[in-house]
Design a protein around this ligand. Sequence first.
Ligand code: NAP
Length: 283
Amino acid sequence: MTAKILDGKWLSKSLRQKLRERAAILLEGGIQPGLAVVLLGDDPASKVYVNNKVRACEECGVKSFRHALPPNTTEKSVLSTIAALNADPEIHGILVQTPLPSHINMRRILESISIDKDVDGFHLYNIGGLVVGNSIFPPCTPYGVQLLLETAGIDVSGKNVVVVGASNIVGKPMALMLLQKEATITICHIKTRDLAQHTILADILIVAAGQPKLIVPQMVKRGVVVIDVGINRMPDGSIVGDVDFDGVRKKASWITPVPGGVGPMTVTMLIENTVHAAERKKL
Ligand code: NAP
């Protein structure tokens, strides 16, 4: 068996076309969706992510506003930047690029974003919404994974879904979203004993640990659907996921590549949430 590819690049392209059309309709009514991106410090990876997001905005007719703040910016100053963006009618979505410098309380920053502009979906209001299956802006990475599965016709209802990684931005919201779709969920993390004992039972395995080759063929059953969220930069500059792609694809029915799987979907769902935020404003 060789797995079929869950092609996030291809799906993103067609989704972005539709987003461009929705943005054009808004523009006819005098509203251009606007996304503010706040970047604190000079982390090179964060700069790359921000550039990707700004490029995707341009592609979809969303206006982007970049706020690059020096690394020593005080928390008070970040909070007043966000307060100004909350009040700005041209801005429909606000994203604060993480990680933040250690002197900044990330939770305080995320809670300061208006819930109507929380397009990353990290505000407690939106996270709480996930628990009851009613969030306004689902977090972008899990939202993108859900759409990849849906588009391929992979029904999660009643399936054993194993999520490896329990972060607030990927693992936990992913688990909540698929629980809402009636999957049976197992969440594994660094303290999980014998990871393979869990992954081998997965009908759908979602890996977001940030560990290259964490998942090898012996850890999965034949026919599994594998979603690799991991992005790891190797010493030679190449980017790999958390899954031994060449080995695991021989046993899986579907698999996401890295790059070209979940990554482009994350950015696309950010634009989806921003356009959605502008549409809500219009109502
Ligand atoms: P994170 O905050 O570091 O969380 C990683 C999670 O994996 C934690 O729960 C950690 O447990 C767990 N973990 C680490 N090593 C493990 C192991 N050996 N066995 C089991 N669990 C393990 O990272 P994140 O922000 O969720 O991101 C995860 C990966 O996805 C990274 O490679 C990141 O670059 C990538 N990512 C990709 C996208 C995309 O669009 N494709 C978006 C976001 C993130 P502890 O917390 O207990 O240590």
